[in-house]
Design a protein around this ligand. Sequence first.
Ligand code: TTP
Ligand code: CA
Length: 418
Amino acid sequence: MANRDGARLPGVPDEDGPARIILHVDMDCFYAACERLREPELVGKPVIVGMGYEPGETIGAVATASYEARAFGIESAQAISKALDTLPRIEAVADGEAGGYYRSVDLDFYKSVSAEVKAILRDCADTLREVSIDEAYLDVTERTAWDKTADGSRTLAEGYARYIKQRIEREVGVTASIGVAPNMSAAKVASDFDKPDGLTVVEPGTVREFFAPLSIEAVHGIGPVTARSLRDLGIETAGDLAAADRDDLVDQFGERGRELYERANGRDTRVVEPVGKPKSFSRESAFPPTADGSEHQTTVSRLAEAVAARADREGALYQTIGIKVVTPPFDVHTRARSLPGPVQDPALVESVALSLLTEFEGETARKLGVRVSKLSFAAEDQASLDSWSGATTSEPREKSSQPVSDQSREGQQSLTDF
Ligand code: TTP
Ligand code: CA
């Protein structure tokens, strides 16, 4: 994982490994695209999805408009009456005149389309963070690379993003715009850069350059109000923001000012984390390469304790305990062992992790990790009761039993677990 201090150069390989590869996927005119799935005659037509356009209705807003309707000036959140003035219903106009194809919002249907898209994204990512019905971040660092293809024309990461776009289009029938970058905020801005059906790649080391000419509104997190205040300070572009005095920004906007400054400079150390219940807990530590077995053991013991404590805090039981060993330069080995049932037992996490480590005796490592997975939250109700009554600890619900099976001897299988 990347340094969390933000001190390293953006996107440049550091001692923790190569720059991350983050994708932001944003579906194009999503509700309108869904309507076109079940009514293909709407393809290429100005489609407006919203409420309140039926005769006799007056109040309502546009949820979204197809790009053909946007060309007339219709946009999300606009009053439906205004949209109807601009582009009357097609049923109401004379032959040959411009009219809009109005459809009412059918959220259940859009959710079902969204679920199909998200299933593809989940399949393609190490970790996925769903942001909304039509938007998600993917960390694909372990699935592809920033290296160039053999002919040097593009990065492998770009090819991977293109593959995801094609899968969505072929398997679901809607289009997505994707931004590829070494961090989340740059990926977000990149997905919006060339909409619709866009693919914009911001390579490591070029984030600041990519941001520089963009207007400040393009930086995620800057709305109209902040933009106005920034303009009052003479800051018009993301480049101006990157070059501004950080302390002035902090004085004016607090922590948010610092964050916006960092992002405009290409620094964003946020990690793509799934929403909802975690599937695993892990902790990793990078260090100067060493073959010293006792150092490895000390590190693994420390990580095991931290991971077990985290699971305990979250009220989680775990059935699989694993380690990760990274040998220079970037060879990732994972090993895991499954228990017959879920446990909450810090001593067992340590002993299983140390026993898995023995396979790597004498090897040079530069990073170690410990993970518990196959989580269950059986203690959840109890845990929330505990917190109501002010208790902070809960007893292990089940005691350990002996490990029975070794998993993923090749290491490949559970690579994405980490
Ligand atoms: P967006 O991603 O903001 O917009 P979009 O997908 O329609 O268009 P774009 O190609 O620019 O990404 O929102 C996703 C869906 O959320 C959108 O299809 C409809 C809904 N929505 C509303 O209902 N009201 C709103 O004000 C906005 C902005 C979106
Ligand atoms: Ca969208």
